[in-house]
Design a protein around this ligand. Structure first.
Ligand SMILES: [Zn+2]
Length: 350
């Protein structure tokens, strides 16, 4: 037969002898029987609820709190992992000792902070979730925690951060997935899929046949989306565009009765975009969602490009700088488009 779960002491900074200069005067016992050695004054300062509790003398009759080593024990229903976060946030954070450096217990701590009326923790936990290093490391966890906490801005920031990760999702277990619904997780996948389609659309735009007149009047309608039409692969084929024979933009062969004159970019550029499309798509993802990866591939002057442009002095001179310009332009347009998708998406529904 197994007896009651044994009581264990919390780790530093809430161990029994963590602070020899200021010995603890209260024990906070978690639901899973971990004793945290703390200081009434700190808890009373951070929590209106604890301030009220400590304002009354401890009961001395049958219903008295348990004591241990002469200290009153306050038993709380939170697990140790959450109580630790709650206590860390009740102590001054200018000391590295009291920094919360993991998301373990954060969701429960937020609920407890509301229950015990700990304003510092209520304002600090959302900031912790957006802390760049932690967010970059575990965006899926932050997304799940944001759902539990019902914080839309944080869900959005986390969803945006997941775009930098492979679409198959987190390699490590996300404990908070147990607490959110399949629908909530599906929303994240739907968002990622939409972003993938948007980014794919932007790259496809770079090789879409263009109206000849647009190449001439781009100065009048200069937008980030059309800026690429100024780049070297869109300047006309032949002597007028100063390309070598067979290089440069050319007229698209269309039926004779087709009303518009369409132009396609230099062949080497279309082939470059084909290769980029192959690199950033796979069986598992319709398109890469990491803007920087796509931009990197777009801006790369590859051996294939060097070979294909070797006979054209104009492209040899300009391809590298113009591809870099294309990549930079892609970053701007892509980030704006992702921002737009985020703005019209609502993750948290009550
Ligand atoms: Zn050329």
């Amino acid at each position: 037969m197994s007896g009651p779960v044994p009581i264990v002491d919390a780790a530093h900074p809430f161990a029994r002898d963590s602070d020899e200069l200021n010995p603890p005067d209260i024990i906070m016992r978690s639901a899973d029987r971990v004793d945290f050695f703390a200081h009434k004054q700190m808890l009373a300062f951070s929590s209106n609820c604890f301030a009220n509790m400590f304002a009354f003398p401890a009961p001395t009759v049958d219903d008295a709190n348990p004591t241990r080593a002469g200290l009153t024990v306050v038993v709380v229903p939170e697990p140790a992992v959450a109580l630790r976060v709650l206590l860390l946030m009740s102590y001054p954070r200018f000391s590295a000792t009291y920094i919360v450096d993991s998301f373990d217990g954060v969701a429960e701590a937020y609920a407890a902070a509301k229950k015990y009326d700990i304003p510092a923790a209520i304002t600090h936990i959302p900031k912790l979730l957006l802390e760049p290093v932690l967010l970059a490391r575990e965006p899926y966890r932050v997304f799940a925690i944001a759902h539990i906490l019902q914080l839309e801005d944080i869900a959005k920031a986390a969803a945006a951060e997941t775009l930098k990760h492979p679409i198959l999702g987190p390699a490590a277990h996300v404990p908070e997935y147990a607490l959110i619904s399949a629908h909530q997780l599906w929303q994240l996948h739907a968002f990622r899929r939409e972003v993938a389609d948007v980014l794919k659309g932007i790259v496809e735009l770079f090789v879409r046949p263009c109206l000849a007149e647009n190449l001439v009047i781009y100065d009048d309608a200069f937008t980030p989306e059309r800026a690429h039409l100024t780049l070297v692969w869109w300047s006309p084929m032949g002597p007028r565009g100063k390309h070598a024979v067979g290089c440069g933009a050319s007229l698209l062969a269309v039926p004779e009765d087709f009303p518009e004159v369409l132009v396609v970019p230099a062949p080497w550029f279309s082939e470059h975009i084909d290769r980029v499309m192959q690199r950033v798509s796979s069986l598992y993802t319709p398109f890469e969602t990491n803007v920087d990866h796509v931009a990197e591939f777009l801006g790369q002057i590859t051996p294939e490009i060097i070979t294909a442009t070797s006979k054209c002095p104009l492209c040899t001179a300009k391809a590298a700088t113009d591809l870099k310009e294309l990549a930079d332009g892609f970053r701007v347009v892509a980030k704006g488009s992702i921002e737009h998708v985020l703005q019209k998406t609502t993750f948290i529904t009550l």
